[in-house]
Ligand binder design. Structure first.
Ligand code: FE2
Length: 206
């Protein structure tokens, strides 16, 4: 955290606090994946329809690579919420998740390309067309349907930010990146930040 951040005004975090509370209640109620993705998608759509709550510290691009900032992790690691910050033109490698996920664009836009293993040799081939995910849109990641994809900032000249929620502590999940040949490389993403936004200081509200 830099000196500026210490004097920067913290935005009202109540939309994020409400989101994590609602999501925990949803997971208390059901473990049906279809219901989690559908009803969770509605919750995420509500979160990303306004762009006034993400603190600047968790919206900072890196000059060389995309950033994944942890915003919240459920105490039982049932879910985690991250901000993905894409500098101009930045992209992920081809990767999987191994847990369910939901992606909602807060600022800018992303391009998403899905991949599948080719049956006879296991090489990765594009599955469907590249999709544009625009501001305020939400897309599920459903491991039942295959969850290998590559994501990039749709813009070459500006930062884009998306909010993701995953069915685990995503920075600690053992998963993989892939070469085009289909060869897997073990991947644990970790997080770019060491401190989290304080959702629980309610004194300003009082
Ligand atoms: Fe992904």
């Amino acid at each position: 955290m830099n000196a500026f951040a210490q004097i920067a005004v913290t935005p009202d975090l109540s939309p994020l606090r409400r989101f994590v509370g609602d999501f925990a209640a949803l997971l208390d109620e059901t473990d049906d994946l279809g219901a989690i993705l559908e009803r969770g998608g509605t919750l995420l759509a509500r979160l990303v329809e306004r762009d006034d709550w993400l603190p600047d510290d968790y919206a900072q691009p890196h000059p060389e690579r995309y950033q994944q900032y942890l915003l919240h992790c459920d105490s039982a690691e049932r879910f985690s919420v991250v901000s993905f910050v894409w500098g101009p033109g930045q992209a992920t490698p081809i990767h999987d998740h191994r847990v369910w996920g939901l992606v909602g664009v807060l600022r800018g836009a992303e391009k998403v390309q899905s991949f599948r293993h080719r049956e006879h040799d296991g090489a990765l081939v594009q599955h469907g067309a590249t999709r544009d995910l625009l501001e305020a849109e939400v897309e599920p990641i459903d491991p039942r349907e295959g969850d290998i994809h590559r994501v990039e900032n749709a813009f070459a000249d500006r930062t884009s930010i998306s909010i993701h929620i995953y069915g685990g502590n995503i920075g600690a999940v053992e998963r993989a990146t892939y070469r085009a040949s289909g060869e897997e490389r073990p991947f644990i993403s970790g997080y770019a930040n060491t401190t989290l936004p304080n959702l629980w200081d309610l004194s300003r509200k009082a």
